[in-house]
Design a protein. Structure first.
Length: 289
């Protein structure tokens, strides 16, 4: 029988997990074992702390469902999600940078036309976001679908508002022949990540700000180009420097300029003052590094 000691347990466990039939799985699991053991050694993990961590993980699983992804939230606030984005989307500096997906994207958003309103009566200041989708050489990308979603003027997403079954503040817009797009919505507000679960429990023991700056999410999955998951942030918004999920990037911060009632960017007349944000998305062709 093998004699297990504090010194040899890591090698024994890594060797065991290295037998995974898929080589990548073997690599991932042996490295995980080594890093977990090193962590426990470095902090001299006590049994009470080990049990508290297990219970925290259990609560994180128990609170998760098809509308709530507490493990993803944990990854987000620990900076792991953004690290994975950074490592996997090393794009040309001219391309629009990627940032975190977040837990509020929903498949199957309604398709709207140029300048159509995705806020559909949700109260708030009208906001137009418009510009073009282009490639790195500056050529327009027609037929690109922009999947857009955001929080409301109180900072709440659809899934956080009780009794809402239909799509709210989300839509898909398609670029025209010249690569132009125009979406109408309302100005989003910055918001707190969900603080009523295990992630919130941990954050409230720290000095970490639990807010995200005001933003609109975009997902562009265009054949022939690297998929792009990103946000546009409102210039001057609160929390730009302390985004709890590390998702903010200077290149994605755009002014929301005040406009008076009158013609909007889609040619229709606005009866009330509105905000205008312009942004040209730049996609990187697949395979280019
Ligand atoms: C979001 O922007 O929707 C989001 C991202 C990460 C954690 C929570 C929310
Ligand atoms: Fe968001």
């Amino acid at each position: 029988m093998q004699l297990v000691t504090e010194d040899n347990i890591t090698g024994l466990a890594a060797e065991r997990w290295g037998t995974a039939r898929d080589p990548r799985t073997a690599e991932l699991l042996t490295a995980l074992v080594r890093h977990l053991h090193d962590f426990a050694r470095e902090v001299r993990l006590t049994e009470a702390e080990w049990m508290a961590a297990i219970q925290w993980l259990t609560r994180t699983g128990q609170i998760s469902d098809d509308k709530r992804e507490e493990f993803i939230l944990a990854s987000d606030v620990l900076g792991l999600s953004m690290l994975v984005v950074q490592m996997n989307h090393q794009l040309d500096p001219q391309a629009t940078p990627a940032t975190v997906l977040g837990p509020f994207h929903i498949e199957g958003s309604p398709e709207l036309g140029y300048g159509e309103d995705m806020s559909d009566g949700v109260p708030g200041t009208p906001l137009f976001v418009h510009g073009t989708v282009r490639d790195l050489a500056g050529n327009p990308v027609p037929g690109a679908v922009l999947d857009v979603w955001q929080a409301d003027a109180e900072g709440a997403y659809e899934s956080q508002v009780p009794d809402i079954d239909e799509a709210r503040l989300r839509a898909k817009y398609t670029t025209r022949e010249d690569g132009s797009y125009c979406l109408r919505t309302i100005a989003p507000k910055g918001y707190s990540i969900p603080m009523d679960g295990p992630v919130g429990e941990l954050i409230s023991r720290t000095a970490i700000s639990h807010f995200r700056p005001a933003h609109v999410h975009f997902l562009l999955n265009v054949p022939g180009y690297e998929p792009l998951i990103t946000h546009l942030f409102q210039e001057g918004a609160q929390y730009l420097d302390s985004d709890v999920v590390f998702g903010t990037k200077q290149e994605l911060v755009v002014p929301f300029e005040q406009r008076e009632a009158g013609p909007g960017p889609d040619g229709r007349t606005m009866a009330e003052p509105w905000l205008e944000a312009r942004y040209d998305f730049v996609l990187q062709p697949v395979g280019r590094r």
